[in-house]
Write a protein that binds this ligand. Structure first.
Ligand code: UDP
Ligand code: MG
Length: 328
């Protein structure tokens, strides 16, 4: 009997990428033809695009039944778009990649082959960040260094979301419903065996980045606060340090007062101390507030994203998309 083809699904978050999707689909179709020993589907997650993307994607889906589309009700963000793709995915292997052709689709075959050597996760490791600004390249490097110092999970440096995961990892990811999502950290958390595939990251094919500085900062903070409680620890250490300094100062004042003819003129020292302490306490409250805010967000347990409609896919019945989705 003919052996069934293995199923690979490619998840592509799309936000206002009308200049990229034609070329993207062209390259994906060529790839599908080339590796016809696999059964390939493409899941485009339209993250509330306001350009021509919805129409373009609709046309593709009408033309090809292996092109699947999830339309969000508004823009929910990259990580949620990927999450929706994962929730709807039903395959032996899932590849996550950007829609701006920075991750070359042709590499999907290499990712698959590498995983066949016995790996559950294959990361695309960036050799060079072509077309990226000096600032972005260096800030990313520093950020990943700080993050790895702060949390126990090892997040492979120089990797983005471009990766292949197998069905075992996919099943666990579907169950991780946290609201502050940093998928690059969630995948290593799941564990299993992983490998890296070095590749040259291309420049963006067309259009502008959808990650302006503000979004990038929020993303970085999300990563730190949802993967680490080091900020809380730091406030404790800092608090101890200040208490230590305060006590040393008090001893010095007492010493000068009783054993020498000098005294410290009081008022300015008092003011400086009060301001420093107040500042420190406000920072500490901010850090605690950041965590409480996250607990508050989580406790509302809203759905992570809202789907307007889907094409070539069956809608998931549960609101939280917690059960394994069915599909056509
Ligand atoms: N994206 C998304 N929703 C957003 C922002 C981005 O789905 O709110 C998609 C975007 O269309 C692209 C991918 O996420 O396919 C990565 O975004 P981008 O290339 O702009 O990020 P960069 O490569 O500049 O970090
Ligand atoms: Mg990009």
């Amino acid at each position: 009997m003919l052996q069934e083809k293995e199923r690979v699904e490619v998840i592509i978050p799309i936000y206002n990428e009308e200049l990229c999707v034609d070329e993207l689909l062209k390259r994906l179709l060529a790839l599908k033809e080339k590796i016809n020993y696999l059964k390939m589907n493409f899941i485009f997650v339209n993250d509330g695009s306001s350009d021509r993307c919805p129409e373009l994607l609709r046309d593709y889906a009408n033309q090809y039944n292996f092109v699947k589309v999830i339309n969000f009700s508004r823009n929910f963000g990259h990580q949620f778009a990927v999450t929706a793709g994962l929730d709807y995915a039903d395959a032996d292997y899932v590849v996550i990649m950007d829609g701006d052709l920075q991750d070359p689709p042709e590499l999907i075959e290499d990712l698959y082959k590498k995983s066949k050597q016995g790996y559950d996760v294959v990361y695309g490791k960036r050799l060079r960040r072509k077309g990226e600004s000096f600032f972005k390249e260096h800030s990313a490097r520093i950020f990943y260094k700080v993050l790895s110092m702060m949390c126990d999970i090892k997040i492979p440096p120089d990797t983005g979301d471009f990766r292949l995961i197998n069905i075992d990892v996919l099943k666990v990811l579907k169950e991780m419903r946290e609201r502050h999502r940093f998928i690059r950290g969630m995948v290593p958390w799941v564990g299993f065996k992983s490998a890296e595939l070095p590749y040259r990251r291309d420049g963006r094919y067309a259009g502008k980045t959808k990650y302006p500085l503000k979004k990038m900062l929020a993303f970085a903070l999300d990563a730190i606060f949802s993967f680490s409680n080091t900020p809380l620890r730091i406030t404790i250490y800092f608090g101890l340090l200040i208490v230590g300094l305060g006590m040393a100062g008090a001893l010095l004042i007492l010493y000068l007062r009783f054993f020498t003819p000098f005294t410290i003129p009081g008022i300015s020292a008092v003011i400086v101390t009060i301001i420093t302490m107040a500042g420190f306490q406000i920072i500490m409250l901010g850090v605690i507030g950041e965590y409480i805010g996250r607990i508050f967000e989580e406790s509302k347990s809203r759905p992570l994203y809202v789907v307007k409609d889907v094409m070539n896919l069956n809608p998931i019945v549960t609101t939280q998309a917690q059960s394994a989705p069915t599909r056509s």
